[in-house]
Write a new protein. Structure first.
Length: 445
């Protein structure tokens, strides 16, 4: 693997929080209590964040310095914790020892609420801050009718296409969300492109990231949602994950394997070995540099219930044991202003998660090269994805998410390896439901 490939993979992992060990989350709570106090709104507050890309860390450090210099009432003490240790650190720390403000990976939120580690932020952040958050990022941060997190940025999936290769093959491709390829049209395009390719490979699915991982769930749960299914519905996977439509969709996914470039060097798409790459917003810098005007950004294929994408990323919340919620809220208000959100999203290339920063973003504004991602996020589904009218689906908001993602991604990996989709999905659904049964449905008390 070359260094450029390593860098782009690290960027991808950071942007999506795919590297965090969700399976390490404890599941022994059940409370929704919090001992958070309003406090005086003055003094020093502690803040924990993950150690992301260097550019992200710099943007965050600058935001803290700016906040500390802008007023005399509140001082922020920032601690950066390495990616690989971050979720484990929060999980292992008693609620009373957690910081006033902490960052967390979106899918871990419900588990932290369940284990009484996060306080609702509704009474601490300003009405203006909450109103400026995009609907999609608010959907990720809401649990049991309360908001526990807001993000500086979001995420999205699409298919990057090489216009030169598509045109040469005479393939018509979508122009936006409303005319996404059907699964059959996408499959036909993959085959037609492969027939013109010397090694018969025309598609990149980021196989090198591994599918029995968070990439498997984030990257390919949209197939389930687009087929009208769900990873979890009303706390159950059986009858939602293992439907005939989802089984059929994963058979289609399995059929692409012979045309997929394993992409172990990260260069399958930039070097023109394949014409299509199924990945997220974070590859845009690399891909646009390589292809220039020949880069097109397309929605994922429609398996019957409309095109779908994953969404969600890192978010910010308030520790359940804070004695200074007012000061914590003041810092979050500042952190989520246009200056800081713009600096952070310029550092990592992600879609801004505030309305005002998104509207001004060079990449994501109307007419921008990544407008597709903004259009997708403007149609949020929450964590129920079967409705044709919405596009961006939040991963299941449940304290049992670690089990859901572990079982689904394992099933996906097995299907890719040749296993029968019906059996793999049924087994995953049974395992998820057994776990939820053993844990009283992960209900809050």
């Amino acid at each position: 693997m070359d260094n450029g490939s390593s860098r782009s993979r690290r960027a991808a992992a950071t942007a999506l929080a795919l590297v965090l060990p969700l399976g390490a989350l404890a599941a022994c709570g059940g409370g929704s209590g919090t001992s958070a106090e309003q406090g005086s709104g003055t003094g020093t507050i502690t803040v924990w964040a993950h150690q992301g890309q260097a550019s992200e860390a710099t943007a965050l450090q600058n935001a803290v310095k700016s906040f500390n210099a802008s007023q005399q009432k509140v001082k922020v003490k920032l601690t950066l914790i390495p990616d690989a240790d971050y979720t484990k650190t929060i999980t292992a720390t008693d609620a009373s020892k957690l910081p006033d403000v902490m960052e967390f990976d979106g899918p871990t939120m419900a588990n932290f609420v369940y284990n009484e580690k996060l306080a609702p932020i509704d009474t601490y952040v300003s009405i203006k801050t909450m109103a400026n958050a995009t609907d999609a990022i608010k959907a990720q941060g809401e649990f049991d009718g309360k908001h526990y997190g807001l993000g500086m940025y979001d995420s999205g999936l699409g298919i990057y296409g090489d216009k030169k290769l598509l045109d040469a093959a005479g393939i018509t491709y979508p122009t936006g969300v409303d005319d996404a390829w059907t699964a059959a049209e996408f499959t036909a395009a993959v085959k037609k492109l492969a027939a013109r390719d010397s090694d018969g490979k025309s598609l990149d699915l980021q196989e090198a990231n591994g599918y029995a991982s968070e990439w498997g769930t984030y990257g390919f749960a949209p197939i389930v949602w687009s087929a009208g299914g769900s990873l979890l519905e009303d706390g159950k996977a059986e009858g939602a994950l293992d439907t005939p439509a989802v089984t059929s969709a994963l058979k289609t996914f399995q059929s692409w394997k012979k045309h997929i470039d394993p992409n172990t060097d990260g260069n399958a798409f930039p070097k023109g070995r394949v014409a299509l790459s199924w990945v997220g917003h974070w590859m845009y810098p690399t891909y646009s540099k390589a292809l220039g005007e020949d880069l097109v950004v397309l929605p994922l294929p429609d398996f019957g219930s409309g095109t779908k994408t994953g969404q969600g990323s890192w978010a910010w919340g308030i520790g359940a044991g804070t004695k200074n919620g007012k000061a914590a809220g003041a810092f979050l208000d500042a952190l989520l202003n246009d200056t800081n959100v713009t600096a952070m999203t310029q550092a990592n290339g992600a879609p801004p998660a505030t309305r005002s920063a998104l509207a001004k973003s060079t990449l994501y504004k109307q007419g921008g090269p990544l407008r597709l991602f903004a259009d997708q996020l403007a149609k949020p589904c929450g964590d129920s994805g079967a409705d044709r009218s919405c596009v961006a689906v939040t991963r299941p908001i449940t304290a049992g998410y670690p089990k859901v993602t572990a079982e689904f991604s394992q099933a996906l990996s097995e299907v890719y390896g040749g296993a029968d989709p019906e059996s793999a999905l049924s087994e995953a659904a049974r395992a998820i439901d057994q776990d939820f049964s053993d844990n009283d449905g992960y209900r809050l008390q």
